[in-house]
Design a protein around this ligand. Structure first.
Ligand code: SAH
Length: 516
């Protein structure tokens, strides 16, 4: 039943102001079961990952019609999909009912006899308050806040916005869509007696690393904006509370605030690193250099699993979390379970790999104490595996050091449990950003990835790296060596060879550079 009020098929969901974490839990829940996500251009793209893989994702930009004419098409699409029994999430920036035309969309659903639910979102003014640390109300200075549009429909019937009343409003003014008409808005407010000395601010992209803001007074706001080059879309805040802001808002004090960082890990593994960097204030781009694939042919893995079942190996060694997942997923896929692994001992190259084992309730018997590399693992393992039979589970390609070292003391064989392939196309927009010098830090989490990424660099990008405008940050000295072998300078190497270590190296480098 498409019109069962207890079980609607359509959800109008507020995506929040830009930082993906500001979506509500309810919003995430309904996205998680969407068949169709119809989203606005400004919603954070990463939220689309919350929809199931099969879900269709359509940006309303790609529907026919231009801006105000688009709405009939959006309504039509919503109604059609819901009538066909699809679960539809209409994902809108901020809150759906604040200058979002959510009301009109709800109306068209009602007219079609369809039930729906509205999930509120964090509206831009609230994000501006939190991320610039401006109290929007204040016991001493402001007991109210007004949400105002600076861009009214020219065809709106009846009263236009009453600027006289707005000027007299006893509280904070939050003006949406007001940048393009700022001179007119300011003139109206001054005309009706608002003091030119009233504190005022403009914020662009509140809640994400691109956040930029200016502070001025009503009288100097437009000039200050022009000087700083702030453009629409942006939010204008006017009122005494603006002067009560924190001088160093918490978000802008984050160590990577506004720094542009490139994450090169395979797409399915990039998420955690992207989130951590964004929490540190960074503006993150992604360009996977390699991707992880299932093997086309599991014959050798199945044979290895058979040998493990028969107790033919004493040790099973994993050099990546990918390897753990590939091997244990295969065990499950062939209808077997952990008991087949019997009493084999496990070694993991580092904490991430050991964590992957823990997901299957398995503990690594050996993890190197500090050097998370093939060398570190070989050194840590050697005392344990003397005379043992050791199986390495690894990617279809990689370094031979571990096998060579362990072969000196143990019987060793290896099996490729997953494919690592070069990512098909480097992302043109990211390469352009590198060319234009819009990315500062390139994180390199393995020698293979470093080689993959750097081979896509043209002369322009290479020049920027050589002049120190783009900084290459390596996860370990081995990765650093791979970079140097290609003739590029390494700006920093992590001292702990993990993702967190790599992030710490970027933070450290950025800190050094900002002292200069
Ligand atoms: N429904 C949205 C508003 C849509 S109107 C909400 O509740 O936030 C679009 C306007 O919102 C923009 O012109 C700008 O004024 C404001 N806006 C949206 N996100 C913003 C952000 N992250 N920072 C500053 N202003 C933002």
């Amino acid at each position: 039943m498409q019109n069962d009020p207890a079980n609607p098929f359509v959800f109008l969901v507020g995506a929040g102001p830009g930082s993906p974490g500001l979506l509500t839990v309810r919003g995430a829940e309904v996205l998680g079961r969407a068949d169709l996500v119809l989203y606005d251009q400004l919603v954070p793209e990463r939220l689309l990952d919350l929809a199931p893989p099969h879900a269709e994702r359509i940006c309303v930009r790609d529907l026919p019609g231009t801006h105000p004419d688009k709405y009939p098409h959006i309504h039509k699409k919503l109604v059609e999909a819901a009538t066909a029994g699809k679960t539809v999430v209409r994902l809108k920036g901020g809150d759906p009912l604040i200058f979002g035309r959510g009301g009109e969309e709800a109306e068209s659903l009602r007219a079609a006899g369809l039930a729906y639910e509205i999930v509120p979102g964090v509206t831009a003014a609230l994000a501006a308050g939190a991320y610039l640390e401006i109290p929007l109300t204040h016991r001493m200075y402001s007991s109210s806040i007004a949400f105002i549009t600076g861009h009214e429909l020219p065809t709106k019937p009846g009263n236009k916005l009453d600027w006289k009343a707005v000027a007299a409003f006893p509280g904070t003014l939050a003006i949406y869509m007001g940048i393009a008409r700022l001179p007119v808005i300011v003139a109206e407010l001054l005309k009706y007696g608002k003091s030119p000395d009233t504190p005022a601010a403009i914020v662009e992209r509140a809640s994400v690393g691109e956040q930029r803001s200016v502070f001025a007074t009503l009288g100097t706001l437009e000039e200050t904006r022009r000087h700083a080059g702030l453009e629409a879309p942006g939010l204008v805040l006017i009122g005494e509370t603006v002067a009560q802001r924190a001088s160093h808002p918490w978000f802008e004090s984050r160590p990577l605030f506004g720094q542009r960082v490139l994450v090169t890990r395979p797409s399915h593994q990039a998420g955690g690193m992207v989130r951590k960097l964004e929490h540190l204030g960074a503006v993150v781009s992604k360009m996977p250099a390699v991707e992880i694939r299932d093997l086309a042919d599991f014959t050798l893995v199945d044979a290895a699993l058979g040998q493990l079942r028969r107790g033919e190996w004493d040790w099973l060694v994993f050099t990546s979390a990918n390897g753990v997942h590939a091997m244990l997923r295969r065990l499950d896929a062939i209808g077997r379970d952990l008991r087949d692994l019997g009493s084999v001992k496990f070694a993991a190259i580092g904490p991430k790999t050991a964590d992957a084992l823990r997901e299957y309730r398995l503990r690594a018997d050996v993890v190197p104490a500090d050097t998370f590399s093939s060398e570190g693992l070989a050194n840590a393992l050697k005392p344990y595996v003397r005379g043992n039979r050791v199986l390495l589970a690894r990617a279809n390609r990689g370094r031979a050091e571990l096998q060579d070292e362990l072969a000196k003391v143990a019987t060793i064989d290896q099996v490729a449990v997953y494919d690592q392939v070069d990512a098909i196309t480097p992302i043109a927009t990211v390469l352009d950003a590198l060319r234009r010098g819009e990315i500062r830090y390139v994180t390199l989490p393995s020698p293979n990835i470093a080689r993959g990424i750097l081979s896509g660099f043209d002369e322009t990008i290479r020049g920027r790296v050589e002049r120190g405008e783009i900084r290459l940050v390596a996860i370990s000295p081995i990765t650093g060596d791979a970079v140097r072998a290609l003739g590029f300078p390494v700006a920093a190497e992590a001292t702990t060879f993990t993702e967190d270590g790599l992030i710490a190296a970027v933070v450290h480098l950025a800190g050094e550079e900002c002292k200069k």
